[in-house]
Design a protein around this ligand. Structure first.
Ligand SMILES: Nc1ncnc2c1ncn2[C@@H]1O[C@H](COP(=O)(O)OP(=O)(O)OP(=O)(O)O)[C@@H](O)[C@H]1O
Ligand SMILES: [Mg+2]
Length: 511
């Protein structure tokens, strides 16, 4: 089934390829696929830095807002207090008939509050009569019309506060009514700049940003240290696990603390110890088995050699003597006796030939005397004749020197078994054998165009079928490789590669 095509509400494939679910689910899965892929160190750092920045921003905004409100309230009460003073002084002046000094009083008041002790910037002061006519002010070039219009007191109001924007920032404008006589009233207007508030808030913001930066750096340092503390043993574990996955069971991780990771390290060490022991036992068993198979093969070869010698030296000699005797008898006999003797000689001659063939097949003397190439050529010539099958033999790189006896015997036996299988099972019309010696290895390829078979099952061997299993055993004992490819109706190809010098224990050694 292709990836991710199953039905169902929450089906998704491993590795982040999302194929189902609502758009939000898909979005979060994708997001997690990206975020989840970064290292633990980056995750922790990201969370810490993000949290610190978020908190700092939140605290800064909150502090700015509260401080501004507080300072504005303070400024408002200060404005009311100043207007109270000014109203009192202004009414005294007007009642005393010194209305002309009102401007001087206002400018003095403005200067007084802007000294270092008060540090209050009065943008303007203004006294008007209740009909709106200006009685005194601090503007050097006359009162701007918009100021007169702004913050006008309703008849019932005693005072009014409003914030106005001007070119230099915001101004708190306060108007306060005061009584001049029973039926006359005046209004004091004051404009207080918020410059000091802004300066104070900006200063606090600067301090907060500085503190936040220091806090962020400290948090990053702490997070780096913390992640190092946590991930260092995990990284050690990851490296050790990778090595174990590649077969190195000698890995040992030093548990550096008695916490969860420390306990994980201990469990890991126990596991690698058990794996190492199991691997050692397995390799000992494999070595024993190899030794056993080695001895069985060596014994088989010895036995074949012995029987071949017996057949050649004893049976062959006896049959040759019999043949010579029958020849002599045939010379002297006559008539029917001569005919019978000739028949007997014929039978003995054929038997002798058969004995020689069997002896040769058991242990070809050519393999010991003339080498692999010659022995194979002879075996295949004999095979062609016996089974009437065309065999295409190609040998490369074997004429220059001899391989070790065990390699030569192994290759010879493998070709022998492969070709016997072709003759017995393949019903092939054509067989080809390639033997190539190159770069310290010998490659054997035997191919036929026969009926083919299920190679996976057959190569495992069984009680009745040991040929292919034997080929694998012989090849692997010499550190070689074996591969068989076959398909019903499409022939069989057998590949064997044997190194000149086996990396494992040499077979056929007698102990
Ligand atoms: N070239 C081939 N073409 C078709 N079938 C094959 C070929 N080689 C092997 N086989 C199949 O694989 C089986 C296993 O082969 P294997 O050589 O292991 O055993 P065997 O030849 O049956 O018996 P023996 O143990 O005497 O060799 C055979 O029985 C046969 O069915
Ligand atoms: Mg066989």
């Amino acid at each position: 089934m292709p990836r991710g095509t199953r039905s169902g509400p929450f089906v998704c494939t491993v590795g982040g390829t999302v194929t189902n679910g609502s758009p939000q689910q898909r979005f979060f899965r994708r997001l997690w696929a990206i975020l989840g892929a970064v290292s633990i160190r980056t995750k922790v750092l990201g969370i810490v830095v993000g949290t610190v920045l978020l908190l700092s921003t939140f605290v800064t905004v909150q502090v700015r807002r509260s401080l501004t409100t507080l300072l504005q309230e303070e400024l408002e009460s200060q404005a009311l207090s100043i207007t109270g003073h000014v109203a009192e002084s202004a009414s005294n002046l007007i009642e005393a008939g010194h209305s002309d000094d009102l401007g001087f009083l206002l400018r003095e008041t403005q200067a007084h509050y802007s000294d270092e002790r008060h540090n209050t910037e009065i943008a303007y002061l203004l006294v008007t009569a209740s009909d709106g006519s200006v009685l005194g002010h601090t503007f050097p070039d006359g009162v701007p019309a918009d100021i007169i219009q702004a913050n006008r007191l309703e008849t019932v109001e005693r005072q009014s506060l409003m914030w106005r924007d001007n070119s230099k920032g915001r101004v708190l404008d306060v108007a306060e009514r005061f009584a001049l006589s029973d039926d006359l009233a005046g209004v004091v207007r004051i404009g207080l700049s918020d410059r000091e508030i802004r300066a104070a808030v900006n200063e606090v913001t600067r301090q907060l940003i500085f503190t936040s930066t220091i806090m962020s750096l400290a948090s990053i340092a702490a997070a780096v240290f913390l992640t190092w503390l946590i991930t260092r043993p995990i990284q050690n574990l990851v490296q050790a696990t990778q090595a174990v996955a590649q077969g190195d069971f000698s890995q040992h991780v030093t548990p550096w603390a008695n916490d969860e990771i420390g306990r994980l390290s201990e469990m890991f060490n126990t596991m690698t110890k058990a794996l190492a022991q199991a691997a050692q036992e397995q390799s000992e068993r494999a070595a024993l088995r190899a030794q056993f198979v080695n001895r069985v093969i060596a014994a088989q070869e010895d036995e074949r050699r012995r029987i071949a010698r017996e057949l050649h030296d004893s049976t062959g000699q006896a049959l040759t003597s019999l043949l010579v005797g029958l020849q002599a008898l045939e010379q002297t006999a006559s008539g029917e006796m001569r005919q019978q003797t000739e028949n007997l000689r014929q039978i003995v001659s054929e038997t002798l030939e058969e004995v020689h063939r069997i002896a040769w097949e058991l242990r070809p003397s050519a393999l010991d005397d003339m080498g692999l190439a010659a022995a194979l050529e002879r075996y295949i010539a004999d095979y062609r004749e016996r089974f009437g099958l065309p065999v295409d033999l190609v040998i490369h790189g074997l004429r220059d020197g001899r391989l070790s006896p065990e390699v030569e015997t192994t290759i010879y036996r493998i070709v022998q078994e492969a070709l016997t299988n072709v003759a017995r099972h393949a019903q092939a019309g054509q067989v080809s054998v390639l033997i190539e010696h190159r770069d310290g290895k010998t490659l054997v390829i035997a191919e036929d165009n026969g009926v083919g078979f299920d190679a996976n099952t057959a190569a495992k061997g069984s009680r009745q079928h040991l040929g292919l299993y034997g080929i694998r055993e012989r090849a692997e004992l010499l550190g070689g490789k074996f591969l068989i490819e076959s398909e019903a109706g499409r022939g069989t190809s057998l590949f064997v590669e044997i190194p000149d010098a086996p990396p494992v224990e040499r077979p056929f050694e007698k102990s």
